[in-house]
Write a protein that binds this ligand. Structure first.
Ligand code: COA
Length: 187
């Protein structure tokens, strides 16, 4: 596998690029994304208060860990950092990687950027890291995330009933997956 080589790469898309997330990316804006009750409502990270220091520590730990590939999502037009996407933990025995995404800038929601970012990280997972399958998990009420993964080619593989405590009740956890197409690189 080309993991350590691959981790330093930029993945170029049509309207966005993915590039490795750096400590300098931990700005007040990133801190605001993580503490925003609308943005983090479906994330386990909502149970913690985040500071620039705690986020720097988190980014530092992930960038030194070869079982993660952590990218900033950058608009090609203007270079704005609008969110992050992560592949990991990567299981090199089963050649699996789990995807997590946070599009922090709300004015960029609903424009197809998450769908494009997911497509790009999938391409990276299959073509650079030679993974066999990618997965994701979403709270059932997180319709935007489920749609973005499905538009990027994922299928629903299962539902863990009432698996997550959300907003005063228990909601389903939707398990999504995408197997690398046989004999073909993913585009
Ligand atoms: C969920 C999230 C990733 C969606 O990002 P996005 O850039 O708005 O997604 P896209 O524009 O690619 O949208 C994909 C589809 O979902 C729809 N959508 C987006 N947000 C939606 C919402 N809140 N409710 C219903 N549909 C929504 C879009 O209209 C689009 O539908 P279409 O294919 O019919 O046009 C983003 O809102 C986010 O990061 N939220 C906070 C963190 C989070 O929940 N991460 C996911 C954890 S699993």
């Amino acid at each position: 596998m080309l993991m350590s080589e691959g981790f330093s790469r930029v993945v170029e898309g049509e309207r966005i690029n993915l590039r490795p997330l750096r400590i300098e990316d931990v700005t007040d804006a990133y801190c605001r994304w993580m503490n925003d009750p609308v943005t983090n409502q479906f994330l386990e990270s909502r149970f913690f208060q985040h500071s620039r220091e705690s986020l720097k520590e988190y980014v530092r730990s992930k960038s030194g860990d070869t079982s993660y590939a952590f990218f900033a999502v950058i608009l090609k037009d203007g270079g704005r950092h609008i969110g992050n996407i992560k592949l990991g933990p990567i299981d090199s025995v089963h050649r699996l990687g789990d995807i997590g995404i946070l599009m922090g800038e709300k004015d960029c929601w609903g424009k197809g950027y998450a769908t494009e970012a997911i497509r790009l990280i999938v391409r990276y997972a299959f073509n650079v890291l030679d993974l066999h399958k990618v997965t994701a998990g979403c709270y059932a009420p997180n319709e935007g995330a489920i749609k973005a993964f499905m538009r990027a080619g994922f299928s629903k593989e299962g539902v863990r009933k009432e698996h997550c405590y959300y907003n005063g009740s228990f909601v389903d956890d939707v398990l999504l997956g995408l197997v690398r197409p046989v004999g073909n690189n993913h585009r």
